[in-house]
Design a protein around this ligand. Structure first.
Ligand code: ACO
Length: 320
């Protein structure tokens, strides 16, 4: 048995922040942001937190799949911006949608979170333990963004994407994932004060910090590398891959990956211009658009690949 995507749903906040809006609060401009990242606008949540966005996306995914909440065996939320340390966002979603029979938990793998969730589910399906899963990538990164740091605040956006996975004969063909903890400081968000007992200090919310050029170098190397590993392992030629659905962090990273893979850009759909980098949500947001535009037919082979803080990376090759 393998994991097949049976339905996708998304939720993005209504509030649109354009590059020009950002130019009013930091020293930046539309031309710089577009040319360096491909981003034109992003959604920023003013009401819903990570769990609320996740629950709304989840309900739509269940509807698309024709699956009831009670049928869900396992519910995984990938997020790097949970509303609380606990209860987990996944447990909040479980309560909100009535997935009463599911085991629910969060995973923290930053922008690789959706891919990691999918691979965890695949393991449970292959072992015959579960048959129906709900995985979600949801972020409100706006709450850990330093809105005075032009180096990071122009990049990110809020949103959620969910997928129902069912155990089936066809679906995931192969997958890989990896992490390198020595690169942790490259992209970090320290939201808890250490040594509270000794120092008496209260926990603080910290902002995200990033070495952008190091992330860029890492992504440009790891994304094509992970895709190549999967193609080699499966023996599937590039010609058979219809689309590469990559984490939407930066248009230039995607272009560089396409160049290294020697594949044409029309195999790399993008939604970054409208949503910015939504971390764990970016892959399901893009997949949802592809479904809505009728770009995927049964039997199509696609590769999905994500990378993010940790550092983490992963890729999945599947038949639609
Ligand atoms: N507007 C205008 N100028 C800016 C801005 C801005 N928003 N941000 C930085 N600059 C300036 C810098 O201060 C610098 O000025 P200086 O030369 O006077 O010092 C100049 O622009 C160049 O800065 P660099 O950091 O060298 O710009 P670079 O070309 O590397 O682009 C960027 C920066 C877009 C962040 C790039 O490094 C990048 O995309 N990295 C990957 C980031 C990423 O993908 N992060 C998330 C991935 S993981 C995840 O998804 C969680």
């Amino acid at each position: 048995m393998t994991a097949r995507i049976a339905g996708i749903g998304i939720c993005v906040p209504e509030n649109i922040i354009t590059n020009d809006d950002l130019a009013k609060i930091v020293d930046t401009n539309d031309e710089w942001i577009r040319s360096r990242t491909g981003i034109c606008e992003r959604r920023i949540s003013t009401e819903d937190g990570t769990s609320a966005l996740a629950a709304k996306a989840a309900k739509k995914a269940l509807e698309a799949a024709g699956v009831s909440p009670e049928e869900i065996d396992i519910l995984i939320l990938g997020t790097s911006s949970p509303d609380y340390n606990y209860p987990s966002g996944a447990c909040e979603v479980q309560a909100a949608i009535g997935a009463v029979n599911a085991v629910a938990f969060d995973i923290s793998a930053a922008c690789a979170g959706f891919i990691f969730a999918m691979e965890i589910v695949q393991g449970f399906f292959q072992a015959g333990i579960y048959k129906t899963a709900l995985i979600i990538g949801s972020e409100t990164l706006s709450k850990v963004t330093d809105w005075s740091d032009r180096g990071t605040c122009v990049l990110f956006g809020d949103g959620a994407g969910a997928a129902v996975l069912k155990a089936d004969e066809k679906g995931i063909i192969d997958m890989m994932m990896g992490s390198d903890g020595t690169k942790g400081p490259v992209l970090a968000c320290q939201s808890r004060t250490l040594g509270n007992f000794l120092t008496g200090t209260k926990p603080e919310i910290g902002f995200m910090t990033m070495d952008g050029q190091e992330v860029f170098r890492f992504a440009v190397k790891k994304v094509p590398e992970s895709v190549e590993i999967l193609l080699k392992k499966t023996g599937i030629p590039k010609e058979e891959i219809k689309y590469y659905v990559l984490h939407q962090a930066n248009e230039r990273i995607i272009e560089a990956a396409a160049k290294r893979l020697k594949e044409p850009m029309d195999k790399f759909p993008m939604s970054i211009s409208r949503y910015g980098n939504t971390s764990t949500a970016s892959i399901p947001l893009l997949l949802n658009e592809m479904v809505e535009h009728g770009m995927l037919e049964p039997g199509d082979k696609i590769v999905m690949s994500g990378f993010g803080a940790g550092m983490t990376w992963g890729a999945v090759l599947l038949e639609w």
